[in-house]
Structures are given as C-alpha cells and as structure tokens.
Design a protein around this ligand. Structure first.
Ligand SMILES: [Zn+2]
Length: 237
C-alpha cells in the first residue's frame, strides 16, 4: 500500500478518534449530572439549616411548655392552700388570691406564646418536609444521571479502544518520512490530510498559484499546501 492511501486511511481513523474525544469532552450527560449535583449540594445545605431551625424552634416550644407546667403547678398549689381551710387570716388569704391572679395572668400569656410558637414549629416542619422531599427526588435524579454519564463514557472509551487497535497496523505501514510528516502536521491540524482540486486546497480553500498546483499534480511525492501546510494525498494513485 502506498503512503497516499495509507494516509487517507489513517486520517479517517484519527478523525473517528478525534470525534470520540470531542464527544467525551462535550458530553451532554455530564452537564446534566453536574447541574443536578450542584442542586443536590445546595438542597443539602438548605436542609441542614432547615433542620437546625426546626430543632431550635422545637426547643423554644418545649421551654414554653415547661414554663406553663411550672406555673400550673404553682397555681394548683396556691389553690389548694386557699381552699384547704388551713389559712384563716384574711390578710393572708387576700395575699394568696393576689398571687393566684398574678400566676394566672402569667399562665395566660405563656399559653398565648406557646400557641404562637406551635405555629412556628408547624411551619418549620412543613418547610423541612418540602425540602427533604425535593432533596430525595433530586438525589435520585442525580444518581441516575451519573449512571447515564458513566455508561456513555464507557461506551466512548470502548469505541476509541477499537479504533486505536485498528490504527496500529495502518500507522506502522507508513514510510518513516510519511509518518513523521503526518505527526508534525497533526500538531497543527486535526485533519492533516487533504486533496488539491484543480488549484484549490480542500483543507484551507486557498487558490494556489497555477505553477505550484501543476507541480503538485505531477509530483508522486507527498506535497504540502504552501498556505496551510496540510499534506496533499492522491488516493487514486
Ligand atoms: Zn491549504
């Protein structure tokens, strides 16, 4: 096989590999996965702060409950004293009644606070549930997206390995000069191999001078475009 035909074949294989590299670098599945991963991270932070708020508000509710319980115990105690018959001095009885009125006022206020705090806690619980459900849903979606991305990457890697195996004997079949030239041009152009149609380089679309074009058409060696440097091949030769 001559270098012209081999170069065409090698370029076709390398273009397949390049396309797979491009697909890998621009994987839509990766974008989907990364967006979901980001969202899950944000939801996790949101959930942590919602859970913290719920704990704090619940603790405050408990505090109000404890205060009310304490007040009710005091009220019960004072009422017992008042109606026990053991206290008979009117001044002392009036004192107990005054204390009871004061305690009941405090208990009423605490009950009101407790009621308001209950509503706050209910709101927190609802927020907590909403975030938790969203987090669960997004986490499942993220895991599925990760799987799809990994499947796609594995598929690309396997296809690329296949092309690399095919590439080896083709590259080895090139003459030393041709392989060196190809490697050099490939550093600059992904598509290193092109054809000269009439006087126009199909790689860079530049119209070459007639003399140069004629010379290239007549040559049996590997010639290059004086503008872009790509290698001209004549696959029919
Ligand atoms: Zn060119």
């Amino acid at each position: 096989m001559n270098d012209h035909k081999t170069l065409v074949e090698l370029q076709e294989i390398d273009s397949q590999i390049d396309a797979l590299d491009y697909r890998e670098a621009n994987l839509a599945e990766r974008d989907v996965y990364l967006a979901l991963k980001d969202e899950v991270t944000k939801l996790e932070a949101l959930y942590t702060s919602a859970a913290k708020k719920l704990r704090e508000e619940t603790a405050l509710l408990k505090k109000h409950e404890d205060v009310l319980e304490g007040l009710n115990a005091k009220i019960a105690k004072e009422e017992k004293r008042l109606y026990s018959g053991t206290v008979t001095i009117p001044k002392e009885l009036a004192g107990i009644q005054q204390e009871l009125a004061h305690l009941k006022g405090q208990a009423d206020n605490t009950e009101l606070e407790l009621l308001e705090q209950s509503e706050v806690v209910d709101g927190c619980k609802s927020d907590d549930k909403t975030i938790s459900e969203r987090l669960q849903k997004r986490t499942a979606e993220r895991d599925a997206a990760k799987q799809r991305m990994e499947d796609e990457l594995a598929q690309i890697a396997s296809e690329r390995d296949g092309w690399k195996v095919k590439r080896e004997p083709v590259y080895a079949a090139l003459s030393e000069d041709a392989s060196r030239l190809y490697d050099k041009v490939r550093l600059k152009h992904q598509v290193a191999v092109t054809v000269l149609e009439g006087e126009i380089c199909q790689g860079c679309r530049v119209d070459l001078p007639s003399i140069e074009a004629d010379q290239i058409h007549e040559s049996t060696k590997l010639e290059r475009c004086s503008n872009c440097g790509r290698i001209f091949v004549k696959p029919t030769e």
